[in-house]
Design a protein around this ligand. Structure first.
Ligand SMILES: [Zn+2]
Length: 271
């Protein structure tokens, strides 16, 4: 499942293909991929996307007149940039033909993703980002200062998207291992220096993954159809029973908030 680093990688690789290049035509091949289904997608013709914004796992493409397309990669969504005369891959739902003789094509075999249309980025922001915390790549200790006055356990809070947007199971386990924090640590009892370590670990893990092209557990490919390499660098996720790369003790696998969770019982003590 694409997580923040994969979406960020898609965003970065889309920009040179997309920004400032006029849209010649838009073709919706599968109506229910778009919300609302009657959105005036064709109004994008003659315009160009001039800005991209990613917040958590949501990717916004913003046109020169403000029209905004939100892309959700879901479980298996793909954004392909290919020559306009290349044959249409299976499960292509939307096709943008660009003046560069290249297409941007939205594909999604398993259909948990989709595209949302908004007249303005402001409308999209209010509707889509209202309930989300700050993006995980820019979250600071100040953003989490209110944890002192709240109840909750660390991993469920990080997965909940309201405190921090964009963290999924893999990156939470990796960040907690790096910051030496127990997944069930009470958030109101995290010492200030540990909170600093958590914020730094989140950024380190995400940036490492972005640099290596995402995690790729199953379906993910970037716009150039390359898989990510980060899976090889995972230090906690998927390693239950194997030695901790820091202390040598056996990593433990448990269920937290219904998700498989791996941590080191020696390095990540509950405080
Ligand atoms: Zn350890």
């Amino acid at each position: 499942m694409p997580e923040l680093p994969e979406v960020e990688e898609v965003r970065r690789s889309l920009e040179p293909e997309l920004l400032g290049v006029p849209i010649l035509s838009v073709e919706l091949l599968r109506g229910d991929f778009l919300t609302p289904p009657t959105a005036p997608l064709k109004k994008l013709v003659g315009h160009a996307f001039v800005r991209t914004v990613r917040h958590g796992k949501k990717l916004f493409l913003i046109a020169d007149d403000g029209q905004t397309l939100l892309i959700h990669l879901g479980m298996s969504g793909r954004v392909d940039c290919v020559a306009s005369d290349s044959s249409l891959a299976k499960h292509t739902h939307v096709r943008f033909a660009l003046a560069s003789k290249r297409d941007m094509r939205l594909r999604d075999p398993r259909r948990f993703g989709g595209a949302w249309y908004y007249q303005t980025f402001e409308a999209a922001r209010v509707r889509e980002l209202g309930a989300l915390g700050p993006d995980a790549l820019v979250v600071t200790v100040q953003h989490l200062a209110h944890w002192k006055q709240t109840r909750g356990r660390l991993k469920p809070r990080l997965l909940g998207q309201k405190d921090v947007a964009g963290l999924g199971n893999i990156y939470v386990d990796e960040a907690l291992w790096l910051a030496r924090l127990h997944p069930l640590q009470r958030v109101d009892r995290i010492a200030p220096e540990r909170l600093g370590a958590l914020v730094a670990a989140i950024r380190t893990v995400l940036e490492q993954s972005i640099r290596s092209g995402g995690t790729t557990l199953r379906d993910y490919r970037n716009v150039a159809d390359q898989p990510g390499e980060f899976a090889r660098q995972l230090q906690a996720y998927g390693r239950a029973g194997l030695p901790c790369l820091r202390c040598g003790g056996a990593l433990r696998g448990v269920q937290v908030a219904g998700r498989t969770t791996v941590f080191c019982p020696v390095c990540q003590r509950r405080r």
